[in-house]
Design a protein. Structure first.
Length: 341
């Protein structure tokens, strides 16, 4: 039996506040294979087990032995499907591609009565971990420090409602709407406003249109296990263009090193990253996107599943000898680093 833990595993000090920590660990250690997104979460889990329950952990082989049972702990960075490897030969390039993107952007924004030369997009559940309010504050800082982008750049935030009956989520929604209203009322003009907030569910086809029309995608989560929006944006850009501004507190930041990595709590820093993305040389922008697309293409959702199931198949049940377990594999980014070293 395998289990995959989709959210970050905290360090032992943070996990220590949970009154049922021993019971939770006992349940998880009933699995033969325990998967996390990145090596850091694996190490946090092993350190937590060391502190909370009586067991023997082997950091080299990444295993835990408890009550005669051995559990393997492995990183499996979840990903997205990647359909196709390159643009069709008949697809627009150069100026034709720029005109195609501009037409798509104009059509999408016309629904909201907005005109803009440049487009940034954010796609999130309306969740307190996603850093949406902080993102808006950074955008306001951009317009303050670089007024040239007033009436030129619009941020479209797709915020799917989430857990609306929980008080803290309802309060977050009010904070998000207040931030949008404050920034828009200060900067907007007759035909332009800085932020368009779309509080509704959008299917993959609709979101993909926004991804492809955008100059930048902003993923500024305060904490995230992986964040698949970052990888979806990269997978959607078969024009090999666009800039990803990515929080370093996401699992995706371990793999997508060609994104502009930011601390989402640093409002000025995020603002400058947005500015640098808008001003980036087209050749550098495309080369960064090509490298990120190769990463997502190679380590897609199918490989994620195959690696986990392949390791599970090799597990030798009730074998206390860790040396007979499958070896701990290098994480995808570690293997990629070795190839480029």
């Amino acid at each position: 039996m395998a289990i995959f833990w989709h959210i970050p595993w905290p360090n032992p000090e943070a996990f220590g506040i949970c009154p049922w920590q021993a019971e939770l660990l006992d349940g998880l250690l009933g699995a033969d294979l325990i998967g996390f997104h990145i090596p850091l979460h694996c190490h946090n889990f092993l350190a937590t087990v060391d502190r909370v329950v009586e067991s023997r952990t082997d950091r080299e082989h990444m295993t835990v032995q408890r009550l005669g049972h051995t559990s393997l702990v492995r990183p499996y960075p979840v990903s997205v499907a990647f359909n196709g490897t390159e643009r069709p030969a008949t697809a627009p390039i150069g100026d034709d591609l720029d005109r195609e993107r501009a037409a798509e952007r104009e059509q999408l924004l016309s629904r909201f009565g907005v005109r803009a030369e440049r487009l940034a997009v954010g796609v999130d559940r309306l969740d307190y971990t996603k850093g949406i309010v902080e993102r808006f504050e950074a955008l306001g800082q951009l317009f303050e420090d670089h007024p040239w982008y007033r009436e030129r750049l619009t941020m479209v935030q797709i915020a799917a409602p989430s857990r609306t009956r929980i008080r803290s989520y309802a309060e977050l929604r009010v904070r998000v709407e207040e931030a949008v209203q404050r920034i828009n009322s200060f900067y907007q003009t007759a035909q332009w406003r800085p932020i368009v907030l779309i509080e509704e569910q959008n299917d993959h086809g609709q979101v993909r249109r926004w991804y492809r029309a955008a100059d930048l995608c902003l993923v500024t989560s305060l904490h995230d296990g992986m964040n698949l929006v970052a990888k979806e944006f990269v997978a959607a850009r078969d024009d090999e263009d666009g800039v990803l501004v990515l929080s370093k507190f996401t699992g995706a930041a371990v793999e997508l090193r060609d994104a502009l990595l930011v601390n989402p709590y640093d409002i000025v820093g995020v603002s400058e990253a947005i500015f640098n993305g808008l001003e980036m040389n087209p050749a550098e922008r495309r080369e960064r996107m090509r490298r990120m697309r190769r990463q997502v293409m190679e380590y897609n959702i199918y490989l994620w599943a195959a690696r986990a199931l392949g390791d599970l198949r090799e597990v030798r049940l009730e074998d206390a000898d860790a040396s007979r377990m499958p070896p701990s594999p290098a994480a995808p980014t570690e293997m990629a680093a070795e190839r480029t070293a």
